[in-house]
Ligand binder design. Structure first.
Ligand code: AKB
Length: 318
């Protein structure tokens, strides 16, 4: 029998595309999608779907036992911008769900866990250019603090209890299928939608705010690749830096303008500027490249062409 995989947070931005890709690879029935809310028809009807509160450990245990799950991808989280509005809720959700899964893995109920970290683990005192794998980390957002703490717990559960947990530090993820929710890097998705729908965009980040970003196809590839790698190749058990590109709002706008010449952008920064100002501008991901062969495919130009083509087709159909 194929291995059985549970994806928690399956209706979110990364979760929805990861579920569909895993179903392509392992068969629809082998990948159980779970979320507290409903997702798209495609996601809910292409394989098993469970309504699940990942904070309810016994409910999670039941799903794992019912389906005979071996691997869990825990994608449920509250991101940086929403986390600043609801600090306590963000902490409870981000830490509580992680402990539930790590403890079930410690009991021997699950063989392998994927847990996403983020560039938000870094803070204003971190070197901003080519940020190393190991460096000063003093995150200033609740989301960043939860991710940094989570990384330490992952490393601890691996060392102490042999839990095979793997993690990557996602940069901002850009995709056309599902909108992100509550992140500081969300502007880089909204901008493409607005360019096609109304020809203009108000950026909530300053025009020169450079942040690390990645196209969804690359993020999915990285996630599956680290999970498929032999355990001895996973030498970092906190979380790996991964990178693809870095750009500013002004640079992404120029790229969009090349394809949509009438597009215009204005800048009106809000509280998310302070969050972005504390994050790296570019990331050194050589360790992930060396250890498990990570390589990206999309740069800003290729991603913009693919995003706009895909969105154009979608909006043309409705
Ligand atoms: C956010 O902006 O909060 C996320 C992230 C970088 O982890 N996209």
């Amino acid at each position: 029998m194929n291995k059985r995989i549970l994806l928690i947070g399956a209706c979110g931005q990364i979760g929805s595309e990861l579920t569909l890709r895993l179903r392509e690879l392992h068969g629809n029935k082998a990948v159980i999608a779970a979320d507290i809310r409903e997702g798209t028809k495609e996601l809910m009807e292409s394989g098993p779907f469970e309504r699940l509160d990942a904070l309810d450990r016994e409910a999670v245990r039941q799903v794992i036992e019912t389906y005979g799950i071996q691997e869990v991808y825990l994608m449920a989280a509250m991101l940086s911008a929403t986390g600043e509005k609801y600090p306590e809720k963000a902490w409870q959700l981000n830490m509580g769900t992680l402990f539930n899964i790590l403890d079930l893995a410690k009991e021997g109920l699950i063989k392998k866990v994927f847990w996403p970290s983020s560039i938000a683990v870094f803070g204003p005192s971190t070197p901003k250019e080519n940020t190393p794998q190991e460096t000063v980390m003093e995150p200033e957002t609740v989301y960043g603090i939860s991710k940094q703490t989570g990384e330490r717990w992952c490393a601890y559960y691996f060392r102490k209890y042999g839990v095979d947990v793997r993690s990557i530090r996602y940069p901002g993820i850009i995709s056309w299928k599902t909108l992100p929710g509550g992140g500081t890097t969300d502007y880089a998705v909204e901008i493409y939608h607005n360019a096609l729908l109304i020809g203009k965009y108000h950026s909530f980040l300053r025009k020169d705010t450079r942040l690390p970003m990645m196209y969804m196809d690359d993020a999915i590839e990285a996630t599956i690749r680290i999970m498929e790698s032999a355990p001895e190749n996973i030498k970092v058990r906190s979380s790996y830096n991964i990178a693809a590109m870095s750009f500013t709002p002004e640079e992404i706008a120029a790229e969009i303008k090349r394809i949509v010449p009438e597009f215009t952008i204005k800048y009106r920064e809000d509280f998310r500027q302070t969050i972005a100002d504390g994050w790296p501008r570019s990331i050194d991901d050589s360790k992930a490249r060396e250890d498990w062969g990570w390589a990206h495919r999309f740069d800003l130009k290729k991603m913009s062409e693919h995003m706009l083509q895909s969105l154009y087709k979608r909006y043309d159909e409705v």
